[in-house]
Design a binder for this molecule. Structure first.
Ligand SMILES: NC(=O)c1ccc[n+]([C@@H]2O[C@H](COP(=O)([O-])OP(=O)(O)OC[C@H]3O[C@@H](n4cnc5c(N)ncnc54)[C@H](O)[C@@H]3O)[C@@H](O)[C@H]2O)c1
Ligand SMILES: [Zn+2]
Length: 345
């Protein structure tokens, strides 16, 4: 598994790492926001290098941008002994890692994730890839970076909405694996968190799950809690005027799937209430109309992970314990969206 370095001085720690590793050429792949917000924090101490910055955003996580990156690597004569440093959020890590892993059959790369989401989620587990013709993460591979450097210094420039989006995955980690962790999050004023401690804890939870099931044959599916309905909500809002960040959609999905957990796995009503109260407190409420519910339900069934007319979800038996492959019907999903809609903020 990748080695993760928690860094209190990112420029210095990268410097030490790069001095101890041999490479013919260093290239930095970053996006148009990270190049302003994050690159200056490391650029002065980096050895000689060139960088490539692509337009920020999920819409650019595609084959056209990969083509530009591969062309840049070619123009700059990167060879098989080169090293790539991916600096940015999950889009940069997923796409930069994918490009490095396929260029000349694969060159080494390191990741410096700069969003909370990419630090607690995308940095672990070796999934790399891009979107293709509207299908999210449709083309990709599993491959590990040489190292991942995590520093909360990058979070200072991150827009609050992006920070909150990553926080949804943090809450998820508590809900699926660690009751005390979830409770400790609930106790805090979420805007004044000890991010370093949170990132370390969340990464340790994800690492433990991924180590037991690297290719998602079983247990790793628990990381999808909130994501069956959450992804459908996310793609519904992609097609509409209002835009939802990933974590904002997953927050809706976690409330709805907590309802399904109560109905199908016996999650207690107290746990259900704790989950929905906290998620609504952090994320507020999205309104979902009757027609939208039907669309979202149908989207759930289009999910590539599912077969037939029931979908398998990962649901909670209690806070801190998640089970996977629980069959859920379309009617169940509609009921869960009604439950969400009827909650009072
Ligand atoms: N590989 C995995 O296991 C995995 C897991 C979860 C998510 N992902 C992927 O990660 C992506 C989402 O990641 P994300 O939320 O980091 O998105 P992102 O990379 O688009 O970053 C979000 C926004 O923040 C900006 N940004 C990044 N760092 C910043 C900083 N320090 N200061 C100011 N602005 C900054 C970016 O330019 C972007 O506009 C999705 O494509 C998702 O599929 C992958
Ligand atoms: Zn997610």
């Amino acid at each position: 598994m990748e080695s993760i370095i928690f860094s209190s001085n990112i420029a210095q720690d990268l410097d030490v790492f790069l001095k101890n590793h041999k490479f013919s050429k260093l290239g930095v792949i970053t996006d148009s926001n990270s190049v302003d917000a994050c690159y200056p924090l490391i650029s002065k101490t980096l050895p000689e290098h060139s960088y490539f910055s692509f337009s920020a955003g999920e819409v650019h996580k595609n084959i056209e941008t990969c083509s530009q990156i591969w062309q840049w690597l070619t123009d700059q004569a990167f060879d098989r002994k080169s090293l790539i440093l991916n600096l940015g959020g999950g889009v940069t890590g997923d796409m930069g890692g994918f490009c490095a892993s396929t260029y000349k059959r694969g060159i080494r790369f390191i990741n410096v994730p700069t969003t909370l989401l990419s630090q607690v989620d995308a940095s672990v587990g070796g999934k790399l890839g891009i979107d293709f013709n509207g299908y999210k993460n449709h083309i990709g591979i599993f491959n590990e970076p040489e190292a991942v450097f995590i520093s909360d210094v990058f979070l200072k420039t991150l827009p609050l909405a992006e920070l909150r989006s990553g926080y949804a995955e943090v809450i998820k980690h508590g809900l699926i694996c660690h009751e005390n962790y979830f409770e400790s999050l609930k106790m805090q004023d979420w805007e004044n968190q000890d991010w370093k401690a949170i990132i370390e804890k969340s990464i340790s939870i994800k690492k433990e799950v991924v180590a037991k099931d690297p290719k998602e044959d079983g247990l790793r599916k628990i990381l999808n809690f909130g994501h069956t309905i959450g992804h459908a909500v996310e793609s519904f809002y992609l097609d509409s005027e209002q835009h939802l960040l990933h974590g904002e959609a997953i927050a809706v999905g976690m409330v709805a799937e907590a309802f399904l957990s109560r109905k199908l796995l016996g999650l207690s009503s107290l746990d259900l209430q704790k989950i929905s109260d906290f998620l609504l407190f952090v994320f507020g409420k999205v309104s979902i109309s009757e027609e939208d519910m039907d669309y979202i339900m149908r989207k759930c069934f289009q999910d590539k992970k599912n077969e037939g007319d029931v979908i398998n979800c990962s649901l909670l038996r209690r806070i801190g314990q998640c089970e996977y492959n629980i069959p859920v019907s379309g009617e169940n999903i509609i009921q869960s969206l009604h439950f969400y809609n009827n909650l009072r903020q």
